[in-house]
Design a protein around this ligand. Sequence first.
Ligand SMILES: [Zn+2]
Length: 333
Amino acid sequence: MEYDGLYIKMTSDGTMTKRIIFRGFQRKLPATTIKDEIISFSEQNFEPYLEMLTEIDTAAEDVVGNEEYKSEVNVDEFIKFANIVSDSCKSLQKKDFVMGTLTSTLLKDSVPVDDGTTYYIFEAVHEMRACLYDIYMFYRHLMEFLHRTSDGIDLNFKRDFKQFTEVTAPTRCMFNGKNLTYEYVFRSLSQYYIFIVQQFIAAGYCVQRCNCCGRYFVPKTKKETLYCDRVIRDGRTCKDIGPSKKRRQDENADDVLRAYRQNERKLQRRKERARNPIMETKEELAAERRLNKWRKKAQPALEKYQLGEITKEEALSIIITENKKKYDLNANK
Ligand SMILES: [Zn+2]
């Protein structure tokens, strides 16, 4: 019998076939490519995931507190915590079958066996938290990678993206009666995506940020491409709309764009200040949520303004969150 996990086969034309096994049942997933996997992962909405992590952290604190080591822990609280983790996995699986399944296999592989000691509870809480954080931490790493690649910044993999160099994909070899075929098997989502990133880099793909919608894309040729092919409005793509949008931007010397960037930087700085290099903190997650919430409103406002659908004042009133008065004065200088 095959064990639970994600099974990948690469074909010679660059497509991948995916199937997933959970509790003995197999699901076939749509075929995809390395490029598409990277881009679609970068566009995942991690908002609900962040909410889940905040809930997990609060429950973890109820069990082990903030301290390094407590000689006594509350077993009932631990059982409650373990149930929350298992429920989170199930609801994750409902929303995203691959993500939920590979979180549960990762938990199975990482959480130690209960030996009845207090130390076990500490270990288990720590490991469960780490498993649930695993994919989110990878997501942030990947976004940093995309950001640097698209900006043409030289990458130091050993220093900044060590994680990308450390994983090797487990393979198994099968004889199909005629030939040998290889299949990759994954039991952790980050392990799968690291494999995808490695393939992406090895294939020499590059990534650019669209000057119109701001999203990442993989250009078809090596030539510099400013706009992507996504349809963003009434059947028109960024390639269609981008150039005229840019002209309008330039004409307005762009107070709105400047306000957008300043606000974004401010919120990003707050997030960085709340950052703890060892572990995620509640404060950092809260700052991140604030940033995401703001982006959700501000990005469409900027876009509408650039397309001439709303006025400068309307756009600024949505984009600027604090010190509106002071800002308006600066913006009009
Ligand atoms: Zn675009």
